[in-house]
Design a binder for this molecule. Structure first.
Ligand SMILES: [Zn+2]
Length: 354
């Protein structure tokens, strides 16, 4: 008989009066989930509705996800996890991760008020599911192969330690061997002070790695996302061939308050935002998240040397050192923007490539 099981269960489980009270008590349906926007954006309640920190609009969480976590009302760009970023940028199923076995350690036996560094690493790994704050690998964008270096701000504030530097340099060396452009997505609080001098040395190491990429005339595109500070901004992230940023991203070395305290000066409005940095020549282009893939395709094609086939042969791989480059000579200069490519030049924002 339809409904019989339900009636039997209610009759057995509920005390008189309890059934009606349970009916009005919403059990867990709207329980907040851990927000990936923690630390800047308010989620109320987190499972279903997210409050935009820019325009205060309540946005249905799934609608926000469908819109690549960009506020549909005001265009505020919410933070994205590194994995979500990779999914957004690369062709489906094309991403292959490199160096997953590299694990950070605690070379200085460092401990602070929150405990030993190695214990904090274990907690961060359990919470994020990542081994480090940087994910490296290769994938394709619209069939064009590129190497990816994507930072995860949720992992110890996206701090750059020795494993970050090692993963980055290994990835760049593969990109040199494969003549493959590199996209770095940078969100960071700076160098990882738990590793002391080892973390600071990564600034020189990463820039040296990218110098080798420049020597073989393969481009590095750097995307700065909110927030990007400290040793990452002060090293490889801002010596790229093209520096992109997301709208509203906060980018700098030291924070605004620290600079004001040291210099005893009031800084201008919008200081350290992507828009301010574009107006003052520190970055080349502000790219809306919805236009990122299209912009990267245009940039990759514009930087392709004359005579190279397009698109690249797809490399979905764990490349080894003996991979044969795709025929581009090491002595080629970067392509003249006016003669190569064919993709449209209708860039989404003012500014040019350099
Ligand atoms: Zn908004």
């Amino acid at each position: 008989m339809p409904g019989r099981g339900w009636v039997t269960r209610v009759a057995r489980d509920a005390r008189p009066g309890q059934q009606m009270r349970n009916f009005f008590h919403r059990q867990g349906k709207f329980r907040p989930r851990a927000s990936q926007d923690a630390g800047g954006d308010h989620a109320i309640p987190e499972d279903l509705w997210v409050k935009c920190p820019s325009c205060d609009e309540l946005i249905y969480s799934r609608e926000l996800d469908r819109n690549a976590r960009v506020c549909p009302k005001c265009g505020h760009h919410f933070r994205l996890s590194a994995r979500a970023r990779i999914t957004l940028v690369t062709d489906p199923g094309s991403f292959s991760e490199w160096d997953t076995g590299l694990q950070p350690e605690n070379p200085l036996q460092f401990a602070d008020l929150q405990g030993p560094y190695d214990e904090r690493l274990v907690r961060a790994q359990a919470r994020t599911g990542e081994t480090e704050a940087l994910i490296s690998g290769t994938g394709t964008i619209d069939g064009r192969a590129l190497a990816l270096l994507v930072a995860d701000f949720d992992f110890l504030g996206g701090s750059m330690g020795s494993v970050w530097g090692e993963k980055l340099v290994r990835a760049v060396e593969r990109a040199v061997a494969l003549r493959m452009p590199v996209l770095s997505v940078n969100a960071s609080g700076g160098a990882r002070m738990h590793e002391g001098i080892f973390s600071l040395m990564q600034m020189a190491k990463t820039v040296a790695g990218f110098t080798r990429l420049g020597q073989v005339a393969v481009p590095h595109f750097s995307l700065l996302v909110d927030p990007c500070y400290g040793g990452v901004t002060a090293s490889y992230a801002t010596v790229a061939d093209v520096i992109l940023a997301e709208p509203g991203a906060r980018i700098g070395f030291a924070g605004q308050r620290v600079i004001e305290q040291i210099t005893k000066q009031k800084l201008p409005d919008g200081f350290q935002t992507a828009e301010f940095l574009l107006a003052h020549g520190m970055i080349d282009l502000i790219v809306d998240r919805s236009l990122l893939r299209q912009t990267l395709v245009t940039l990759i094609d514009h930087h392709r040397p004359p005579g190279a086939t397009r698109p690249d042969p797809v490399v979905v791989a764990k490349p080894t050192v003996d991979v044969v480059p795709n025929g581009i000579g090491a002595d080629h200069e970067l392509a003249d923007l006016t003669t190569v490519g064919g993709a449209s030049s209708d860039e989404p924002a003012p500014g040019g490539t350099r």
